[in-house]
Design a protein around this ligand. Structure first.
Ligand code: G3P
Length: 245
């Protein structure tokens, strides 16, 4: 049985004060949520603060990105060893905003996935199609390319040490969610691509809210969620975590 995992991706949001208030409100009731692994991914400058705030809770820390080189002359970048040192367990790679706004290719994303593994952390590979790709019928091929680039680089055992998050680009921050059947169909497709790594957890992301989370998480191939906007609001994120129980 694969367990459920819910990760909050704060994106470029937060402040010292807002982070403290969010976690002060979230952590006490979250302690009563059993059988669900929960993580939050704040922006880099807040990792140390959030790591300290999470101490004593079962919530894990994650980062939103990294550079695939461990260290060196890469001004403005952050390496996996630094994230490990700051207490991270998870690192998102290949989020659609990284792919579309910062030009990350499938190959770049595969290198990042491998770098996270090398540091002993858990990479969360984000994949998903645009609206145009869904409409022209190429969604499955696009997702297959995104997954295979990583499989080719790290193999089945490598990908099985990570997590995959299916995030249809047209559902991110739009309020438009893939319905549970649409999401399940893509998750099944991804699982079929994984071969020996078929037990890899596959999360759904894209406008997950308290009122749609339970139906999504009830699908046989959906192992939890990667939550954007709703993870910034304690009551909403808590309700989503409860829906994963
Ligand atoms: O990584 C999470 C994500 O892109 C979904 O964002 O705001 O639609 O939940 P949102």
């Amino acid at each position: 049985m694969r367990g459920k995992l819910v990760i909050g991706n704060w994106k470029m949001n937060g402040s010292l004060d807002a982070n403290r208030r969010l976690l002060q409100e979230l952590l006490p009731p979250l302690a009563a949520v059993k059988g669900v692994e929960v993580a939050v991914c704040p922006p880099f400058p807040y990792l140390a603060q959030v790591c300290a705030l999470l101490e004593g809770s079962s919530v894990a820390l994650g980062a939103q990105n990294l550079h695939s080189a461990g260290q060196g002359a890469f001004t403005g970048e952050v390496g996996a060893g630094m994230l490990e040192e700051l207490g991270c367990r998870y690192v998102l790679v290949g989020h659609s905003e990284r792919r579309s706004l910062f030009g990350e290719s499938d190959e770049t994303v595969a290198e990042k996935f491998e770098a996270v593994l090398r540091a002993g952390l858990v990479p969360v590979l984000c994949v998903g199609e645009t609206l145009a790709q869904r409409r022209d019928g190429s969604a499955e091929a696009v997702i297959a390319g995104q997954v295979r680039a990583v499989l080719q680089r790290v193999g089945g055992a490598g990908i099985a040490a990570g997590v995959i998050a299916y995030e249809p680009v047209w559902a991110i921050g739009t309020g438009e969610t893939a319905n549970p059947e649409q999401a399940q169909a893509v998750h099944r497709h991804i699982r079929a691509l994984l071969g020996e790594a078929a037990a890899t957890p596959i999360l759904y992301g894209g406008s997950v809210k308290p009122d749609n989370a339970a139906a999504l998480f009830a699908q046989p191939d959906i192992d939890g969620g990667l939550i954007g906007g709703a993870s910034l609001e304690a009551a909403s994120f808590l309700a989503i975590c409860r829906a994963a129980q």
